[in-house]
Design a protein around this ligand. Structure first.
Ligand code: SF4
Ligand code: SF4
Length: 422
């Protein structure tokens, strides 16, 4: 029997989901062939043999079996011979073309997670019946691979086993224990009436002032956790038990009618307004005043570490913590510039391929909004560069002083906000 792991040339790009499990399954089945047919032979052609951890011993054991032939190689063809199949391979470890007469050729099967439009879970969500596709992780189920493994984008539903990544049965059993512990945390939080992490302990919910809703559907589309459905007229229908209190809906609402009792357009807006703008009445050369809206998840703790390490950055910056950059409503930035602050920067988690945003897409959504605000600034004859967004991981705290000082220097070069004093 011939086991083909990935027929591609030199790599396994043609076989996207190849991995340690497919390697181990091929080795296991080769062993079965040997056990069931003492005179049987097994051939395994692979591009990469992945045997992680202690499974390397299993691989080493298989290598000792004279009836199992293992080689890296490209399978170039399979044809019907007189008596069975002829499998041809090239670029093998033997350095030459080989032909194998076989009764059976077994092509490895990749493990593909089903997270989207999944008929098994069949959830009644506006965004579809599945766990919601997580394009960043090739549709694997975790809402944040680094910080919240097991948690799907469906609050209260935890994933374990091969839906998270390809896993063996043994690994899946261990994984299930992790998912169960997360589910227990969730149940306990619900019993106490508080949210699950990262905002564990939060007892507030988004509150909609529906009289002014224009039914634009932004909140229903942008909520990362499908917590807002809509009716046939596109009026939002909130599902509080799904909500993780990220504030993305507050950030996106153009009418500014979504608020929490402890986090609102007015509460952050008042903090912005409370920042004193130095004037020429008090100083010969008034110092700059720059607003930083900093995500409380990683960026703000990173600034704390900057402090603990006694690193310094410009004293012209005033910092306000936000729940997520996705919760930043552009009105705060407009108000800041209108009152004479010289620049605004947002500091939050990385987005893109190796995203680390704790609320899935908050920092990415903020980036889109900032680009739009840049266009609005240009129409006011203000430089677009007065508003910037920076990404940081928590372990990159030592880069922060430079990032901040460079931004302050760029504002210095542009000069003070021309609206200062009006
Ligand atoms: S706070 Fe976040 S999770 Fe809750 S409804 Fe708003 S966007 Fe959705
Ligand atoms: S974003 Fe605001 S205005 Fe638009 S549908 Fe939601 S609540 Fe209504």
């Amino acid at each position: 029997m011939v086991f083909i792991q990935s027929p591609g040339q030199g790599d396994d790009k043609d076989f996207q989901y190849t991995g340690a499990v497919t390697s181990l399954v091929a080795l296991k089945q080769a062993k079965y062939v040997r056990e069931d047919y003492p005179d049987g032979k097994a051939f395994v052609f692979y591009q990469h043999m992945r045997t992680l951890g202690l499974t390397e011993y299993f691989y080493a054991g298989i290598q000792q079996d004279e009836g199992i032939f293992l080689t890296k190689g490209e399978v170039t063809g399979i044809s019907k011979g007189e008596d069975g199949l002829i499998v041809e391979a090239d670029n093998t470890l033997l350095g030459e073309k080989v032909q194998v007469k076989a009764d059976l050729a077994v092509l490895a099967t990749g493990m593909v997670p089903v997270t989207k439009d999944d008929p098994v879970v069949n959830l009644a969500y506006r965004q579809g019946p599945g766990f919601r596709d997580n394009a960043i992780f090739d549709e694997y189920a975790d809402s944040n691979f680094i910080c919240f493994p097991y948690e799907t984008q469906r609050t209260g539903i935890y994933a374990a086993g091969a839906i998270r990544r390809s896993m063996t049965v043994e690994e899946s059993i261990e994984d299930a224990a992790g998912a169960v512990l997360k589910a227990i945390q969730c149940t306990e939080s619900v019993n106490r009436g508080v949210s699950v992490h990262p905002r564990s302990g939060d007892m507030t919910f988004p509150d909609f002032f529906f009289q002014r809703c224009t039914q634009c559907k932004r909140c229903t589309e942008e909520c990362p956790f499908g917590a807002i459905d809509d009716d046939e007229k596109a009026t939002p229908k909130s599902n509080p038990t799904r909500c993780r209190r990220c504030g993305t809906c507050l950030g996106c609402c153009p009418e500014r009618i979504i608020n929490f009792s402890d986090y609102s357009i007015d509460s952050i807006g008042s903090m912005v307004k409370a920042i004193g703008v130095p004037s020429e009445d008090d100083y010969d050369e008034p110092p700059l005043r720059i607003l930083a809206l900093v995500c409380e998840n990683d960026a703000y703790p990173a600034l704390d570490i900057v402090g603990l390490n006694r690193l310094s950055y410009s004293a012209d910056v005033r910092i306000i913590a936000v729940r997520c950059l996705g919760s930043v409503n552009v009105i705060w930035i407009k108000d800041a510039l209108a009152q004479g602050l010289d620049g605004v920067f947002l500091l939050g988690c990385k987005h893109g391929d190796d995203y680390q945003c704790h609320f899935v897409k908050g920092s990415e959504l903020a980036d889109v909004r900032m680009k739009k605000i840049g266009e609005a600034l240009s129409s006011l004859a203000l430089e677009e560069e007065r508003v910037m967004q920076f990404q940081v991981t928590i372990d990159e705290y030592d880069k922060l002083p430079q990032i901040i000082d460079d931004f302050v220097a760029s504002i210095e070069e542009m000069g003070p906000n021309p609206f200062k004093g009006f």
